[in-house]
Design a protein around this ligand. Structure first.
Ligand code: XIL
Length: 365
């Protein structure tokens, strides 16, 4: 097993070098780990991962080298944790948490209340008997199970969608239609009751880029957060998913900066929770795609890491290896998408270098 020292990237540890050479020599040459660069600035760097990925030793090595925090991509979604009503199983997420803590990494929880990735029984049940316990019981059970061990919880995920036409910008999800807008406050109170210490996060996408839709999303998110704070709801941070597009969309640095300053002014912390860069719409050749992905990441991170309330950066996967193959014409012509810090063979991509540079340039917390 790799020690915490090795995971921190302290070069000179002979066993680590031997293992490193065996597994992936290029990573050893990639300079300081992202974890070390982040920690030098008082930040955390990490990724979403899954148990099946960690069974591959070369990936495990890469993850231990670069990450100080992990989040399960699947194992804490309700379709997996409560497949039949009242039968909760946290064993898969427990395995990931044990792995994280054994290796000196933080662990975050994703997600408690979302309109997607729910078990098939949930929505019909909420329709038949709209009783808030259908989400508060779940929140209490999950959050209590991990109380004292969780860095942060994404309590509510993706609750805004201004295009749905509600005046408050809230998404017309089954949660909203069954329980009204107060379901969000209720969810955060239930989480706080079950764990007095975890940072409670509101997490959403589409807050980073240019255009009227993104402007409206920023406005709705800020309104939601300010409302929650004024009502004494125990929200502690905004999670910026930061799923960006390299060729189809563009980070709006000026508006992002202003938005994050407003978030900071509310007293909330900021986490970058699911960063990746979609390379769809670009040319076939890797060099151009990689450059555009890295540039988009850098444009975003230079602003997001400059805000002193930002405390962590997590990518949605560390390597392109586990991205789901798609069989669209574009995918067949262009091959594997390249949207993460390591490519499918675990070689660092220009995006990894962009992240390293952005971390080096970030102010110290
Ligand atoms: C996605 C996973 O990556 C998929 O593989 C899964 O099937 C569905 O969920 N926003 C979120 C994440 O908050 O949970 C989503 O993850 C990506 C978008």
């Amino acid at each position: 097993m790799i020690s915490r020292r090795a995971a921190l990237g302290i070069i000179g540890a002979a066993p680590m070098v031997a293992l490193a050479e065996q597994l992936r020599p290029s990573l050893v040459d990639a300079g300081p780990s992202l974890r070390a660069l982040a920690e030098a600035r008082g930040l955390l760097f990490g990724t979403a991962t899954a148990n099946f990925e960690l069974r591959q030793k070369d990936f495990e090595f890469a993850l231990l080298r670069d990450c100080g925090i992990i989040v399960p991509e699947y194992e804490l979604k309700r379709d997996l944790t409560e497949p039949a009503q009242g039968i909760m199983d946290f064993s898969a997420a427990d395995a990931l948490l044990d792995f994280a803590h054994r290796h000196g990494m933080f662990f975050r929880g994703h997600t408690l209340v979302w309109y997607a990735s729910n078990p098939p029984w949930l929505e019909p049940m909420a329709a038949a008997a709209p009783d808030e316990r259908i989400f508060t019981d779940y929140i209490r059970a999950a959050v209590r199970h991990y109380a004292g061990r969780m860095h942060s919880w994404d309590v509510v995920n993706e609750a805004i969608e201004p295009r749905d036409g509600n005046g408050d910008g809230l998404r017309k999800s089954f949660w909203l239609s069954r329980f009204g807008p107060s379901y969000i406050d209720t969810a955060f109170h239930a989480a706080r009751d079950a764990d007095p210490s975890a940072l409670l996060v509101y997490n959403d996408y589409g807050l980073e880029e240019e255009g009227p839709i993104f402007d409206a999303r920023r406005r709705s998110a800020l309104k939601l957060l300010e409302g929650m704070i004024s009502r004494g709801v125990p929200v502690g941070a905004l999670g910026l998913q930061a799923h960006l597009g390299a060729f189809t969309r563009r980070v709006d640095q000026r508006k992002l900066e202003a938005f994050l300053n407003e978030v900071r002014a509310t007293g909330l912390r900021i986490l970058i929770t699911e960063h990746d860069v979609d390379d769809g719409g670009g040319p076939v050749d890797f060099t151009t795609r990689d450059r555009a992905v890295a540039d988009a990441s850098r444009r975003f991170l230079d602003v997001a890491l400059d805000n002193r309330s930002t405390m962590a950066l997590l990518t949605w996967g560390l390597t392109d290896r586990y991205l789901k193959p798609e069989s669209t014409r574009e995918q067949i012509l262009r091959g594997t998408p390249r949207m993460l810090p390591l490519d499918a063979t675990l070689q660092p991509t220009p995006m990894r270098e962009a992240i390293a540079q952005a971390l080096r340039g970030a102010r110290k917390r």
